[in-house]
Ligand binder design. Structure first.
Ligand SMILES: *Cc1c(COP(=O)(O)O)cnc(C)c1O
Length: 395
């Protein structure tokens, strides 16, 4: 059996997205900045894609800038807010300890330039406490950036509450919604979101394209200088086909969101229940306030990397922590942020199911993860010490 259970890393493109892109590549290949009809047609197609994306978020088309993906949107949102803050004499930013590296590394860069950054605790359940967030806001705070849903442990933040606080306190609010767009209902107006990042390949669109929503009136700085594309906010000839593929994928995801979420949550909970039977294991993050497809566990006494290799042998594509940190010896900053100690964080497994995942596949994963964990523990000196009472079980 071949099972793709790494949908948080990327998703398979939907048929609708592929089919929407083909005419853009074959016939409507004009440059949207050209004045002749072939170019103007490409421009029309691009603007239709923009309107489609905006509609799903309750945004206006003029509030959407197409980017090369989630990382670029995160960088642009944060650097724009920082630049505006600096001009107003405000150089403090509030975020969380478990953001994606596209956010954390941008904040690090700003710290080197003199900004102060407060990273909020996300507690053992992987959730930000709105009252702690409000208490962290200072007179010189120019931005709050909190991810909508975490990519490793799937926890969904109280975005509406955070948005309301930021609005009341007059601070810009950005959310990295890369894991949420196409999977959770989002309304930028009612949730008081000023800036939002998204990436197409996380909701069955193509890789290398995403968008940044910026509420009307929020000034964006451009990261790439050049032509006046994207209203001067993002230079470079637009990737029309990719934008169209993204819009088609998002439209389909939005139309099926409710039924997909119900089905996937049920399968997720079945998978969680099955893996919970493994002794000395623990689910990472709140069990209820989590993405419909996310299952994240720590197993004591094993290495996540070996677990992944053995699961791959059995046809299961899974992940241990985020794709960016796997391969390095540092345990995931997300797992450390929820209080997992190094040894436990090393034994992590993330299975992210998709819309096509079946009950049969879930049962296959449960059976195989159980077997592989047991096998690895059989070889593990750490596990032997724990069992012999030379170490202390944490989970
Ligand atoms: C995948 C991801 C990103 C990066 O998006 P890219 O389009 O791959 O650059 C940013 N934030 C989160 C939460 C993600 O899951």
């Amino acid at each position: 059996m071949k099972i793709y259970a790494d949908n948080a890393a990327t998703t398979k493109m939907s048929r609708a997205a592929i089919e929407a892109m083909i005419p853009c590549l074959e016939e409507d290949y004009g440059n949207p900045s050209s004045l002749y009809s072939l170019g103007q047609r490409a421009k029309e197609i691009l603007e239709r894609a923009r309107a489609g994306v905006a509609a799903v978020m309750s945004a206006d088309p003029g509030e959407i800038v197409f980017t090369s993906g989630g990382s670029e949107a995160d960088n642009q949102a944060i650097l724009s807010a920082a630049e505006a803050g600096r001009k107003a004499g405000k150089a403090h930013i509030v975020s969380t300890a478990f953001e994606h590296h596209a956010v954390l590394h941008t904040l690090k860069k700003l710290e080197r330039e003199g900004f102060a950054v407060t990273l909020l605790d996300v507690h053992e359940d992987g959730l930000v406490r709105p009252e702690e967030l409000e208490a962290a806001i200072r007179a010189d705070t120019c931005l709050v950036t909190v991810m909508y849903a975490n990519n490793e442990i799937g926890t969904i933040q109280p975005i509406g509450e955070i948005g309301a606080i930021c609005k009341r306190r007059g601070v810009l609010f950005h959310t990295d919604a890369v894991q949420a767009v196409g999977h959770l209902p989002i309304d930028v107006r009612s949730e008081n979101i000023d800036l939002l990042s998204a990436s197409a390949h996380k909701f069955h669109g193509p890789k290398g394209v995403g968008f940044l929503y910026a509420r009307r009136g929020v000034r964006l700085a451009s990261l790439i200088e050049g032509g006046a594309q994207e209203r001067g906010k993002r230079a470079g000839t637009e990737n029309v086909a990719a934008a169209v593929g993204m819009a088609a994928a998002l439209k389909e995801s939005a139309a099926r969101m409710k039924e997909n979420a119900a089905r996937m949550s049920a399968l997720r909970d079945r998978l969680i229940a099955g893996l919970s039977e493994i002794p000395h294991s623990a689910l990472n993050g709140n069990a209820v306030k989590r993405l419909p497809g996310n299952v994240s566990f720590c197993f004591e006494g094993i290495e996540g990397e070996s677990l992944l290799l053995l699961l791959d042998d059995r046809g299961i594509s899974a992940s241990s922590g985020s794709a960016c940190t796997s391969g390095s010896l540092d345990p995931s900053h997300v797992l450390l942020a929820i209080g997992r100690v190094h040894d436990v964080a090393h034994g992590s497994l993330r299975l992210t199911i998709g819309e096509d995942t079946t009950e049969e596949e879930v049962d296959y994963m449960i059976r195989n993860v159980k077997e592989v964990v047991e096998r690895l523990r059989g070889f593990s000196p750490v596990w032997r010490d724990l069992v012999n009472g030379k170490g202390r079980f944490i989970l």
